[in-house]
Design a protein around this ligand. Structure first.
Ligand code: TXA
Ligand code: MG
Length: 344
């Protein structure tokens, strides 16, 4: 198959992409978070192609992308007031809500669950594609399962060229990590995945938030979890990643003691001079967590190289968007963290 590369700047692109979606084809779409691998979310055969292209486990449900919050009722029932409040505050934007699913949503899309994840992305061209296609677009991050997510059209082509109908090139993604996921199907709202909408922002609207244990710890692959996607190995380059926590000086001393040729250092831009002899790669500025979220996946993809033995990574601390960066980096490291303040 010849994969079309469609520019988001071309006025004809939304109609072409929407027609391919209607025909049951796979189209990669840009969003403010990461590129998604999109298909008609109501068409089981089209949805099956997503799982096949990604090599994704069948029990890992997909997010349905809608073009406007008014579509919520078409796909969900018993929608709590909190969902309307969140939609008003953060849609279009990097927030996904888990709600009770109507029958119209195939169980292949929801991974067999009676709930469905909904999101209205903040990308005008992609919303126009959804509107013109007349169906909600099911779209996981467009990476091959387990690999770092795709934040440029080139990343998508790297993983899927020749295997999907088209990629819509909307340039690099602004947020760079996937959407925040909140489950609204229980008594209390539950954070299943941190992202561009921060816990602080959610609490300001909801007044309450439980953080699921899958956010902060490694989940056993046989465990029963709220977000099935959270238990799989994620975002990982081919070689082991270890996070080195602690002050700039202590971390640099630790890494220099352990570094051997063939290793790489993933650090903040401010730290580059400290690692001049350690083949460093910066993913953004520690002083601005938005640059770290925007740069993380491109850096992890660059480090996905079988010639590399080991990556020593520096991870931001604190809340806000840094919280989402920590979550992704810890998963990439399979929660392998050393504290340079105490460890030799
Ligand atoms: O930013 C994003 O959310 C991107 C872009 C493309 O919109 N999409 C994305 O999709 O990150 P994906 O498939 O890579 O991650 C979706 C996560 C998975 O961990 C999945 O298990 C969880 O959402 N999920 C989907 N439906 C769910 C449901 N009904 N209940 C609980 N978790 C759900
Ligand atoms: Mg993903």
């Amino acid at each position: 198959m010849n994969t079309l590369l469609l520019s988001a700047l071309d006025a004809k692109t939304p109609a072409i992409a929407a027609e391919l979606i209607r025909q049951g084809e796979l189209v990669a779409i840009p969003t403010e978070t990461v590129y998604g691998l999109g298909a008609d979310g109501l068409n089981e055969a089209a949805v099956a192609k997503i799982f096949e292209a990604k090599g994704r486990p069948q029990d890992n449900p997909l997010i349905l992308h809608i073009w406007d919050a008014s579509q919520m009722e078409q796909f969900c029932h018993d929608i709590p007031k909190a969902a309307y409040d969140l939609a008003k505050a953060f849609w279009p934007g990097p927030l996904t809500m888990v709600l009770p699913a109507r029958q119209i949503v195939p169980r292949r899309t929801t991974g067999g669950l009676d709930t469905v994840a909904l999101r209205c992305p903040d990308n005008a061209v992609t919303r126009e594609i959804i509107r013109l296609s007349g169906v909600p677009i099911a779209a996981p991050s467009a990476n091959i399962s387990g690999k770092p997510s795709t934040t440029t059209a080139q990343h998508v082509l790297h993983d899927h060229d020749g295997k999907i109908a088209a990629v819509v090139d909307g340039g690099p993604c602004r947020v760079g990590v996937e959407s925040t996921i909140v489950d609204l199907t229980e008594d209390r709202p539950r954070l299943l995945r941190p992202g561009g909408i921060t816990p602080e922002q959610l609490i300001a609207v909801l007044g309450d938030l439980v953080v699921d244990k899958a956010v902060t710890a490694q989940i056993d692959k046989d465990a029963v979890v709220k977000a099935p996607g959270m238990k799989y190995r994620h975002y990982a380059p081919s070689e082991p990643v270890v996070i080195v926590a602690g002050s700039r000086e202590k971390a640099a001393a630790y890494i220099h003691r352990h570094f051997t040729p063939g290793d790489r250092v993933l650090c903040f831009e401010e730290e580059l001079p400290l690692y001049a002899d350690c083949n460093p790669l910066s993913y953004g500025q520690e002083a601005d967590a938005n640059t770290l979220s925007a740069g993380l996946f491109a850096a992890l993809r660059e480090l996905d190289d079988p010639r590399i033995h080991q990556v020593y990574a520096r991870c931001p601390v604190g809340g806000g968007v840094a919280y989402a960066v920590q979550n992704r980096l810890k998963k990439a490291a399979a929660f392998h963290i050393v504290d340079a303040e105490v460890e030799e």
